[in-house]
Design a protein around this ligand. Structure first.
Ligand SMILES: Cc1ncc(COP(=O)(O)O)c(C=O)c1O
Length: 414
């Protein structure tokens, strides 16, 4: 009897995704006990107060008016040209940096993470990410024979830890002579942290100093998966301007996703968008990513491209979409405020939350605490360094209650 057929590089631990496993448990608890008895903060998707998925009307009405051919057709490998213009506009709004900007459609932000890691590191290299990070960065890196190494996201003042970033950035760059580093901001998953503009300037100063050695190749991947829900108005987009006129051995790639901004999670659309001061480097990015797309998924969801293009190119539709999004952005911010305030009141230590779908609670024994919480019908995700609470999925009333329940479980376990 043989017990394995896969090639060595494709053998991974036989473990189901913990987030989806806990979400399934939460859903069956909800069926058994009712919505008001269960706090399900597992999934990173925006839910209304009844726990149903929010699907933006302005997006789905548009999809339903498309002729079948606009949904069924193949798209161009790099994405339809009008879509690429539309997604660049949607990403930067009024803060488009100076430089050569090229985009390639990807299935969500995940696709651009994949393209950037694969195309800008060598086999065996490490990608630099913060210690609190979205696990698929490591899954994607490992799939291609790369690894992740960490810097500390926060210093002891709970600000972005530029020192740790600099030390680890230089350590890896000196070894590899090239580096891809991922910064997920604004609205970091899982902490809700957003770098302010001064912190971005410090990050870029580290990169510019190291770019003086022209042998070095520096790629900054900015993961903007949650940007649509960050800050007041478009204030959290201002930092894009800082990517203007950088040295040509610094390439910035934005992993831009429409999964959350347009509630198109399963429709799989986004783009890898590069900014370079050098036309050759931007063109090279475009052709390298197009090759990767052809090799991996060929082309992306044509109907989803059409929806974005139609909304972005029509002032009335765009205003209606923005008004609908705004309503949910406010709902999310209210929920997060309620959670943060309740945590302060009862002395639950949380990481500094600025924006987005998640709040994190640093602790040891996260798994034990999460298991304990299940008994109380509160479902949250245990991570290596703490617990992740998805405010996107939980009503304001429940966000008020949850911190006390979590604190009680933590006090019992520690
Ligand atoms: C931090 C982060 N980056 C990127 C993504 C990409 O998601 P998608 O591929 O669905 O756009 C997600 C989705 O959960 C995320 O949390």
């Amino acid at each position: 009897m043989i017990d394995s057929m896969v090639a060595k590089h494709a053998a991974w631990p036989k473990k189901d995704d913990i987030i989806f496993a806990l979400a399934a448990k939460a859903q069956s608890a909800t069926k058994e006990y009712g919505t008001d008895k269960v706090i399900d903060s597992t999934l990173g998707a925006l839910m209304n107060d009844n726990g149903d998925l929010v699907c933006l009307e302005t997006v789905y009405n548009e999809l339903k008016t498309l002729p079948n051919t606009a949904i069924a057709s193949y798209a161009m490998v790099a994405g339809q040209p009008d879509f690429l213009e539309a997604i660049i506009k949607n990403c930067f709004k009024d803060y488009k940096p100076n430089g050569y900007i090229k985009a390639v459609a990807t299935p969500g932000g995940s696709g651009s993470v994949r393209h950037t890691i694969y195309n800008y590191t060598n086999l065996g290299d490490s990608v630099l990410v913060s210690d609190w990070y979205w696990k698929p960065y490591a899954t994607i890196a490992e799939e291609y024979g790369r690894k992740v190494e960490n810097f500390e996201l926060l210093n002891d003042k709970n600000e972005f830890n530029v020192k740790s970033f600099e030390n680890n950035f230089e350590r890896l760059l000196n070894k590899q002579k090239r580096i891809v580093t991922i910064i997920n901001s604004p609205a970091h998953n899982p902490t809700g942290y957003s770098l302010n503009d001064d912190e971005w300037i410090e990050v870029l100063n580290v990169m510019k100093k190291n770019a003086e050695n022209k042998e070095n190749r520096i790629t900054l991947l900015v993961d903007t998966a949650y940007i649509a829900y960050a800050g007041k108005g478009d204030e959290r987009r201002k930092f894009f301007k800082l990517f203007s006129d950088l040295p040509s051995n610094i390439l910035v790639v934005i992993a831009h996703s429409l999964s959350k901004s347009h509630t198109m999670y399963g429709m799989r659309i986004g783009a890898a968008i590069c900014i370079s001061s050098n036309k050759e480097i931007a063109d090279e990015f475009y052709y390298s990513c197009s090759h990767s797309s052809r090799a991996n998924w060929s082309n992306c969801n044509r109907g989803a491209m059409e929806v974005l293009t139609k909304i972005e190119n029509d002032e009335t539709k765009l205003k209606a979409y923005e008004a609908e999004l705004h309503k949910y952005k406010n709902m999310l911010q209210d929920r997060a405020d309620a959670f943060v305030k309740a945590s302060e009141e009862i002395g639950l230590k949380i990481l500094p939350y600025r924006d987005g779908f998640f709040i994190s609670i640093p602790c040891k024994n996260a798994k034990a605490i999460s298991d304990e919480m299940i008994k109380e019908n509160l479902f949250l995700i245990p991570l290596e360094m703490g617990l992740r609470f998805a405010v996107c999925a939980v009503s304001k009333e429940k966000c008020k209650k949850a911190p006390a329940l979590i604190k009680k479980a933590m006090d019992n376990i520690i």
